[in-house]
Write a protein that binds this ligand. Structure first.
Ligand code: UDP
Ligand code: MG
Length: 345
């Protein structure tokens, strides 16, 4: 039996093949963005091509069409035809929301690092390379702070208030939770994919798994075209996702409120009892009592509603329906897309 002996004169034979340059996946959710998509492509791809030269990385772009009712899917398909080597398009069969679209994007992204951004050009594609640089430097979570945020006064004010509330009641500390242009490394992305939460808030979820975090300031622009896809109601729902998904403090606060109210009512009862024996039965204060009563009823109803928020989420979770439904994926034949863990469940 002859042995296969390799006579080596140079150590080079034993050095492993040079690993390929890191792959950066860009994940972009798209919902009714037909007016601005071409402008996005026109800025995104050149910015990424420049990044390839400067950072020596590779890239892929994963678009998720979140059930758009306009021409967005057709425009995405056209872009796929133009750049099939670096583009993948995941098509949902309905509207499952921005955060679920990003979750699906994570499942179909193959990158060592993933950067998410909005399709409306509020997050300038020219800033992507700065996030990529931090990821290459070893940070596993790159948060962002929008400088000179270009949103309505109401949005900025409400967002500030929610940031403060989140800071108090969760363990998540970030300066600007609302900016979706962020970077995550593969480990954090995989943990998010495994989380299986139906209503979640991706920047906060990523934050909980990250171990080496950084925040950088990035530019913010006005929406290029169209209108925000979030109505006031949806914004409220999204913030409930953030609060209920990452803290049970609101529920606990109600036990405290309950205790305080019980003590206060007890004292009031004693006061009225004593008063009755000294001054006789009273009727003057009856409307004050009504007002007090209505206020307490409001507090109670809010408490019940809050309980409903949590129970509703538990209900959705135990039903175990798929979190999103993918109708099709546009990708090159030889592409290996990342849906190895079936994250849609
Ligand atoms: N989006 C989505 N599904 C939705 C709502 C929004 O995929 O149900 C996408 C939208 O196309 C955009 C991003 O999420 O790329 C952010 O949406 P938008 O700009 O409307 O939010 P805002 O900037 O007003 O917070
Ligand atoms: Mg926007």
């Amino acid at each position: 039996m002859s042995k296969n002996i390799i006579h080596s004169t140079s150590m080079e034979r034993f050095t492993p093949a040079k690993p390929e340059s890191p792959l950066i996946s860009i994940v972009i959710p798209v919902y009714n963005e037909e007016e601005g998509l071409q402008a996005l492509f026109d800025r995104l791809y050149p910015a990424l091509d420049t990044m390839v030269d400067t950072l020596k990385v590779r890239y892929e772009v994963v678009f998720i069409n979140d059930g758009s009712r306009d021409q967005s899917a057709q425009l995405l398909a056209k872009q796929f035809d133009k750049r099939p080597d670096t583009t993948r398009v995941v098509l949902f069969n309905g509207n499952f929301g921005q955060h679920m679209a990003i979750m699906a994007g994570f499942s179909y992204a193959n990158g060592d690092f993933v950067i998410t951004l909005d399709a409306d050009l509020q997050n300038p594609p020219e800033e992507i390379h700065r996030i990529a640089q931090c990821l290459l430097d070893g940070y596993d979570y790159v948060g962002t702070i929008r400088i000179a945020r270009k949103d309505s006064y109401f949005r900025r004010y409400a967002s500030k208030a929610m940031n403060q509330l989140r800071d108090r009641i969760t363990r998540i500390t970030m300066t600007d939770q609302g900016c979706m242009m962020r970077g995550y490394d593969r480990r954090v992305v995989n943990l998010m994919r495994k989380s299986k939460e139906i209503n979640t808030f991706i920047p906060a979820l990523g934050f909980t798994y990250a171990s080496k975090k950084i925040e950088i300031e990035i530019k913010h622009e006005e929406r290029f075209a169209g209108e925000s896809k979030y109505s006031l109601y949806q914004l409220i729902r999204l913030n409930f996702d953030l609060v209920t998904g990452f803290s049970v403090m609101p529920l606990q606060a109600f036990s405290l409120i309950g205790i305080l109210l019980a003590i206060a009512s007890g004292l009031l009862f004693i006061l009225l009892l004593v008063r009755r024996f000294i001054l006789g039965a009273e009727v003057e204060g009856v409307f004050t009592l009504f007002a007090l009563n209505f206020f307490l009823m409001g507090v109670l109803l809010f408490g019940v509603g809050l309980l409903g928020e949590y129970t509703g989420r538990i209900y959705e979770q135990v039903r175990k329906r798929p979190r999103y439904v993918v109708m099709g994926v546009l990708e090159q034949d030889d592409a290996i897309s990342g849906e190895t863990i079936d994250a849609s469940e």
